[in-house]
Ligand binder design. Structure first.
Ligand code: PLP
Ligand code: COI
Length: 341
């Protein structure tokens, strides 16, 4: 069946597709993969996911390449990260092989929703795991549901690859210093909603959080990692409260491949005066250039893109990443999984 969607004008949001795949963990083991066409989950009202936030997720993408083939980008890195998230909040980890098999199946079953090459859109793959046991005591669930849904998406920031403004706000932290920030836990996003909405109301695309302990160093940038270019080097915050972004890791590798030095370290707020380019990176955000960073508590404005254009190194890294994802350039690091149709 052909699919008629306005591929080039998709936004980042939910669109129903044909199937999702599910697997239950019961009696200490994962069961068989189930294929479902229901958009709903039937769950007990006392499930731990609903009361105590036992919920983790992932986000990765599949692309239709120049050669017509479908590629999933960095499947294993995402499979490994959800294992860390599961361990972090005492959920049953999904074995890498099961994650792989289910992600590939979800893409194959919905292949007609993979946007065509050249549209700029992709198929977003959203795995989630939920604590399902009915209990009211605060302890880990004994039953889990792992499922993968997919949907075609366009750019996360509606501006696409154009610089946007972000802001610093000290009134809210999304995570605690030794809390769950390093894992992809639903509750982290609940904690970010108030600040995120305020930022949007003020015209900013995201909040650039400061480290939750000292409020001295840069941390995360909304649902993305932060990076900057300073004197030709790629710099990005090292912090135990940020999510280790697969996109950031990929950009660092691509930068090194280009002979650009990479520094993962604390970045003090003041250093924003010395950067030449900045960006927010993530699966959804890809590498979104930042124009200006406004500290709304002090009124200080750090103007990064003086001409309002994406910086040259950010542009080069963005283009390289897209080229690998779309099969336009060789996949020298083995990041793509080709999906047979
Ligand atoms: N940081 C947060 C809080 C995120 O939600 C995401 C999105 O996944 C990222 C960073 C970027 O991670 P990745 O590049 O693995 O998508
Ligand atoms: C992603 O980039 O995959 C994310 O998860 C970001 C956001 C949509 C939660």
């Amino acid at each position: 069946m052909s699919t008629e969607l306005d591929w080039s004008n998709l936004s980042f949001g939910y669109i129903p597709t044909d199937y999702n795949v599910r697997c239950w963990y019961r009696n200490g083991k994962w069961g068989e993969i189930e294929v479902s066409s229901s958009e709903y989950v039937n769950m007990h009202m006392a499930a731990t996911a609903l009361h105590y936030g036992q919920e983790i997720f992932e986000g990765l993408k599949a692309f239709r390449g120049k050669d017509g083939k479908i590629r999933i980008f960095r499947l294993d890195a995402n499979a490994n990260r959800i294992i860390d998230s599961a361990k972090g909040i005492k959920m049953a980890p999904v074995p890498v092989e099961l994650f792989r098999e289910m992600a590939i199946k979800a893409v194959q079953l919905n292949a007609r929703f993979v946007p065509p090459y050249g549209s700029g859109a992709s198929l977003y793959i959203r795995p989630i795991e939920l604590g399902m046991s009915a209990q009211i005591g605060v302890h880990p669930s004994s039953e889990y549901l792992f499922m993968i849904m997919v949907m075609p998406v366009g750019p996360y920031f509606k501006e696409g690859f154009k610089p946007t403004n972000i802001c610093i706000m000290r009134e809210f932290d999304r995570v605690a210093p030794k809390g769950t920030g390093r894992w992809k836990v639903g509750g982290n996003y609940a904690a970010s909603l108030e600040a995120g909405e305020r930022a949007h109301e003020l015209g900013y695309s995201a909040v650039l959080y400061l480290d939750p302990k000292e409020k001295k160093y840069l941390d995360e940038c909304g649902p993305a990692n932060f990076f900057a270019i300073k004197n030709g080097r790629y710099i990005t915050p090292a912090s135990e409260s940020i999510l280790p972004s697969v996109t950031n890791n990929s950009l660092q590798q691509l930068a090194r491949d280009m002979g650009i030095e990479v520094e993962c370290r604390h970045i003090e707020l003041d250093e924003l005066n010395e950067i030449d380019e900045a960006g927010a990176c993530g699966t959804a955000a890809v590498a979104s250039p930042v124009a200006e960073i406004d500290d709304i508590d002090t009124g200080v404005k750090y103007v990064v893109a003086k001409d309002g254009q994406p910086g040259p190194i950010t542009t080069k890294l963005y283009n390289k990443l897209r080229a690998v994802q779309l099969g336009e350039e060789p996949d020298v690091h083995g990041w793509n999984t080709i999906v047979e149709e």
